[in-house]
Design a protein around this ligand. Structure first.
Ligand code: GLC
Length: 778
């Protein structure tokens, strides 16, 4: 516990150290890929990667451009050779690289970067070496500039006035807005100025800082170690920037459908009998469930790749029985391998020389759950393959999902992590842990995902991770770590996951109900209502906390929780299509309103409500005892999902929210594909259409495939464009298959037209493409 002593004057006073600006501009040299120029004592390379991505990278001491990290897709940076035209005046030099313009003040070394539209992507950017070492940049901004992204950081949606340190950390202390580090580091920020967006990614997996406070309204990005390898992304829209960033660092892979369902976890379900009883309770209570998680107690003394034989005498039989019920098992796998000469994984690891070592060759041993443990060096592909092979143990027992935890890596010591002097192999280019720290969790996920993808015989893997770095979205879903059963933590999950989504990680979510502390029936009900609309939907709680399975607080709460879990399944076809879209474009599934309404300042820091896709608006109740709440409806007409009332947007409305009701709105004119079965097995498909204005054409999309395998990559999917042409007395509904490689020709789809007056007309659409007219009821 900290006391006031932590702010004793001599503790907080910081020495003022001089920093050195990289200036003036010396000579330059054009290459067939861009230009290198001398700034002070350093060489800076400018490389136009594409019309919307410009790389600015400081060369190393021998004048070479350092290799990109694994965050960057190799194909993404090799794409373009760029010629450079130069214009000079006495004060400035202007470099034109393809569509990019970089204008540098000769004396100050300050530069402005503009994109092909003439929008400023970086203003007054000046590089400097802090006296404490490393390198940084100061960039100018306006007082009204908003900042988004930066992964899962605590606090609100807009990061203006905040400062963050990117250093993956295991933070069990209650997450509060002033926390500067959490489990995931995404050194990517979106600048948003009067409706125009641009982005910056500092590809450095050591400790980096993003400070929007100290030099306000200017901001600073800096790295304590390693190089300065920075990418600028052109807008003009937020979606353009996210799309460019995810073209560089990758997009989510389409997960199996079951990964998008409801998941139940607990630290821990401790025995095979308990797990089976849990599954049967879900079945008996008709609460759909797709996955049960096994936390660390399933193992033999916390040794990864083992089962405790007494607690889990026959894991395969358990998995088979669960699979028959449509339930998957996800096992936790931490990176620490117990130091135990009688443990085959440790012995095999030693024999294969896979563990992290100091430069002198000593294996780094740190304390985690199993006690003293060694840590695989995932920076080496050979070690990654060794790790992946260990997963045969789970696959042979019918386990299909893996949960990577403690992979910051967390160590129970003062620094909370691995010795920063550990020397990683890094595929033949050794680097210290200090330089690569933030990559550890992402590389663990990469090894696991790639191994599973290879071994699953065409099935899509599901992987969940706690730690990550840019690019982690290619391999895993991310949950926000050890939150608590606090209303504040429920509320904070919204901006956290929204910013994750704007940082490429489209598949994320918090522990629903809260992990630590004790939930209440009301909190569980409200959190489940909200969680049902997050991309990742898992209820998880800690050892010795009150139970928080859906039925833990009596029938009334159970009823509410069931209703919203079923609603999740009802809306799965809509969500599934959004997952597909995120895998194609990087645009997140769960969206802040600013993403869809960038011209509306009321949305710029709105983070107590969100959109799913662009048609569903969710306004969770994040306070106890509240039975109504203010909801901001953006421009357009919105339909109250529960009452059918049409409301004009561009204003706040006060909405009734008794405990069983989540304020939920659908955009008028939208077409929402749903599954009427509301269960973890696909059922009857329907299109719910909400009346738009006469003369308008509503649009939607429905993507379908087998929900399990990669066959969609070979064209085994169906993609339909949906339109609804609204007339005064009827609606013309069209489904048009833009790709038709899945599904049966005579398949039926129910169409439910919700008229503004509350009546509903129904019709059946048959086959992949159809056209149907539904009349307004008399
Ligand atoms: C960490 C994880 C938590 C897990 C626990 C035990 O605290 O964040 O989700 O339950 O370890 O494995």
């Amino acid at each position: 516990m900290q006391t006031s002593e932590s702010i004793k004057p001599d503790r907080v006073k910081q020495p003022v150290l001089a920093e050195r600006v990289l200036a003036p501009l010396g000579g330059w040299q054009a290459h067939d890929w861009g230009v290198t120029l001398t700034l002070g004592q350093r060489k800076l390379a400018l490389q136009a990667i594409s019309n919307d991505i410009l790389r600015l990278v400081l060369c190393d001491d021998s004048g070479h451009i350092p290799a990109s990290t694994v965050a960057v897709l190799p194909d993404a940076v090799q794409s373009r050779a760029g010629r450079c035209a130069v214009e000079e005046t006495d004060e400035e030099v202007t470099f034109r690289l393809e569509s990019w313009t970089v204008r540098i003040d000769r004396q100050l070394g300050k530069f402005d970067v503009t994109d092909s539209r003439g929008s400023v992507t970086a203003a007054g950017m000046q590089l400097f070496s802090p006296a404490t070492g490393g390198v940084g940049a100061v960039l100018q901004a306006a007082p009204a500039t908003r900042f988004y992204g930066l992964g899962e950081e605590a606090g609100g949606l807009d990061k203006r006035h905040e400062a963050y340190t990117m250093w993956n950390s295991d933070v069990y202390a209650p997450h509060v807005p002033e926390m500067e580090t959490l489990y995931v580091s995404i050194p990517f920020v979106i600048r948003f100025d009067a409706g125009v967006a641009s982005g910056l990614f500092l590809d450095n997996p050591g400790k980096t800082k993003f400070d929007f406070r100290s030099r306000f309204p200017a901001y600073e990005v800096s790295a304590a170690t390693g190089g300065f390898d920075c990418y600028l992304f052109a807008g003009p829209t937020l979606k353009d920037v996210i799309s460019a960033y995810t073209r560089l660092t990758g997009r989510i892979e389409l997960p199996p459908r079951w990964a998008m369902g409801y998941h139940q976890s607990r630290y821990s379900y401790e025995t095979q009998d308990e797990v089976l009883a849990l599954a049967h309770t879900f079945q008996d209570k008709e609460i759909p469930l797709d996955a049960i998680y096994l936390d660390i107690h399933y193992m033999d003394g916390y040794r990864v790749f083992t089962f405790d034989r007494n607690r889990f005498p026959n894991p395969q039989q358990m998995c088979d029985e669960l699979r028959d019920m449509g339930i998957n098992v996800v096992t936790i796998v931490d990176p620490g391998v117990k130091r135990d000469p009688e443990y085959h994984v440790y012995r095999d690891g030693i024999a294969n020389d896979v563990f992290c070592k100091s430069v002198e060759g000593d294996i780094f041993i740190g304390d985690v759950w199993p006690g003293p443990s060694a840590f695989p060096d995932f920076t080496d592909d050979r070690v990654g393959r060794w790790w992946a092979d260990q997963h045969d143990f789970y696959l042979q027992r019918g386990i299909r999902g893996i949960w990577n935890d403690m992979n910051e890596p967390a160590v129970f010591n003062e620094t909370k992590t691995m010795d920063i002097e550990v020397m990683h192999r890094n595929n033949g280019y050794p680097r210290t842990h200090r330089e690569l720290h933030n990559l550890y969790g992402m590389l663990m996920s990469k090894a696991t995902y790639e191994g599973l993808a290879e071994k699953l015989g065409g099935e899509r893997p599901f992987l969940l991770t706690r730690a990550g770095y840019s690019g982690v979205q290619r391999y895993a879903a991310v949950w926000t770590g050890d939150n608590r059963s606090f209303w504040e933590h429920m509320a904070m999950a919204i901006p956290m996951v929204l910013n994750m989504g704007m940082s490429g990680i489209a598949f994320g979510g918090p522990d629903v109900g809260g992990f630590a502390h004790h939930t209440t029936g009301e909190l569980l009900a409200r959190w489940t209502q909200m969680g049902a609309f997050f991309p990742f939907f898992r209820n998880h709680s800690a050892l010795e906390t009150l139970r928080q399975e859906p039925w833990s607080f009596g029938e009334d709460i159970e009823h509410i929780v069931r209703k919203y879990i079923r609603l999740r399944y009802r809306l799965l076809p809509y969500q599934y299509t959004l997952f597909r879209e995120a895998s194609e474009t990087g645009v997140p599934i769960m969206r802040p309103l600013v993403l869809e309404y960038p011209d509306d300042p009321a949305t710029y820091n709105l983070d107590d409500q969100f959109l799913v896709g662009c048609d569903i608006l969710v306004a969770p109740v994040c306070r106890p005892d509240l039975r109504c709440r203010a909801v901001y409806l953006p421009a357009g007409t919105w339909v109250n999902y529960w009452t059918g009332e049409h409301l004009e947007g561009g204003r706040h409305v006060l909405v009734d929210a008794p405990l069983a009701t989540l304020p939920l709105f659908v955009r008028a004119g939208s077409i929402i594909p749903v599954d009427l079965g509301e269960s973890n097995r696909p059922g009857q498909l329907a299109l719910e259409i909400y009346e738009g204005k006469a003369g308008e054409v509503g649009e939607g999309r429905l993507y379908e495939d087998d929900g399990l395998t990669f066959a969609y990559r070979e064209g085994r999917y169906r993609d339909r464009q949906l339109t609804a042409e609204f007339h005064s007395d009827h609606v013309l509904v069209r489904a048009n298959a833009t790709h038709d490689g899945y599904g049966q020709a005579d398949e039926e789809c129910l169409i439910r037209m919700h008229w503004r007056d509350g009546t509903v007309s129904e019709a059946i659409g048959c086959g992949s493409s159809f056209e149907i007219s539904l009349n307004r009821l008399a």
